[in-house]
Design a protein around this ligand. Structure first.
Ligand SMILES: [Ca+2]
Ligand SMILES: [Ca+2]
Ligand SMILES: [Ca+2]
Length: 239
C-alpha cells in the first residue's frame, strides 16, 4: 500500500510537471518587414509594413521600431504598419522587434538606403495639444527648406483650405506673391543653407467640424525640381 501511494504521488507530480511544461512552451514570433519605396530620398515618406511577421502558436501584440540603428526603439505600435521620413541621406539600419501574446520576442534588421533630395523640405503645424482647432483660432505653419545642392530659381507654393485667412510671418528672403501664396527666391543657394518660411492660418468662423488639408509644391529652375511639400498637412477643426 505504501509503495503504491508513493507511486501515485510520483505519477501526480510527473503529471503536473508535464502540464506546466505544456503551459510554458511558447514558440517565439518571427519578425519580418517590407518597406516602400525601395529607394527613398529625404522627401519621401517611407511605409514600413511588418504584417509578414508571424507567430505560429499565438499572435503578435507589439511592434517596436528603431529607425536609426542605435538600438533604442523610436516607436512602439500594436499595428504592423508605420511611416517615417529620413532627414539625412545614408544607409539606415532599421531594427524591428515583435512580441507575441505570451511575451516572447523575435527581431530582424534591414538597411534602407536614403538619397539626398536637392532640397529637403518639411512642413510643421503648431497645433494645440488636443490636435484640433476651433473656428477663429490661428494655426502657425512652419516650412523649413534645407539646401543640399546649388539651387537657382527656388519657388514654394502653398495651398491652404479655401477661404482661410493667411498672415505672413517670415518669408525667408523670398518675394511673396500673396494672391497665390507663392514665395519666389531670386538668389542662388548653396549646400548647407537653411530657409524658414512661416505664416499663420486663421480658421474662418463658419468652418464646419472636419479635417482640412494643406498642399504645397516646391520647385526650382536649376536643377529642375518639382516636389510636394511633405510633413504635417492635416488640420482637424472641431466646434
Ligand atoms: Ca508564440
Ligand atoms: Ca533609435
Ligand atoms: Ca498657392
Amino acid at each position: 500500500m505504501r509503495v503504491s501511494a508513493k507511486i501515485l504521488v510520483l505519477l501526480a507530480t510527473l503529471g503536473l510537471l508535464i502540464v506546466s511544461a505544456e503551459a510554458q512552451s511558447n514558440t517565439p514570433p518571427r519578425a519580418d518587414f517590407r518597406f516602400t519605396p525601395q529607394n527613398p530620398d529625404t522627401n519621401t515618406l517611407v511605409l514600413f509594413d511588418a504584417s509578414s511577421s508571424k507567430d505560429p502558436d499565438g499572435s503578435i501584440v507589439k511592434y517596436e521600431w528603431d529607425f536609426n540603428g542605435d538600438g533604442k526603439f523610436d516607436e512602439t505600435k500594436t499595428v504592423p504598419t508605420t511611416t517615417r521620413f529620413f532627414d539625412r541621406a545614408g544607409e539606415w539600419r532599421i531594427n524591428l522587434r515583435v512580441t507575441d501574446n505570451r511575451g516572447a520576442t523575435g527581431s530582424i534588421s534591414k538597411i534602407v538606403k536614403v538619397t539626398e533630395a536637392p532640397v529637403t523640405v518639411r512642413r510643421s503645424l503648431a497645433l494645440p495639444p488636443s490636435g484640433t482647432v476651433i473656428p477663429g483660432q490661428t494655426v502657425r505653419v512652419i516650412i523649413v527648406l534645407r539646401i543640399n545642392q546649388t539651387i537657382n530659381g527656388l519657388g514654394l507654393d502653398e495651398d491652404p483650405p479655401k477661404g482661410w485667412t493667411v498672415k505672413e510671418v517670415q518669408n525667408g528672403g523670398a518675394i511673396l506673391k500673396k494672391s497665390e501664396l507663392q514665395w519666389l527666391w531670386t538668389q542662388r543657394f548653396s549646400p548647407g543653407q537653411t530657409i524658414a518660411v512661416i505664416y499663420d492660418l486663421i480658421v474662418p468662423p463658419n468652418t464646419p467640424a472636419s479635417t482640412f488639408s494643406l498642399k504645397g509644391l516646391l520647385t526650382s529652375f536649376s536643377p529642375r525640381l518639382a516636389a510636394s511639400v511633405v510633413g504635417d498637412s492635416e488640420i482637424r477643426v472641431s466646434r
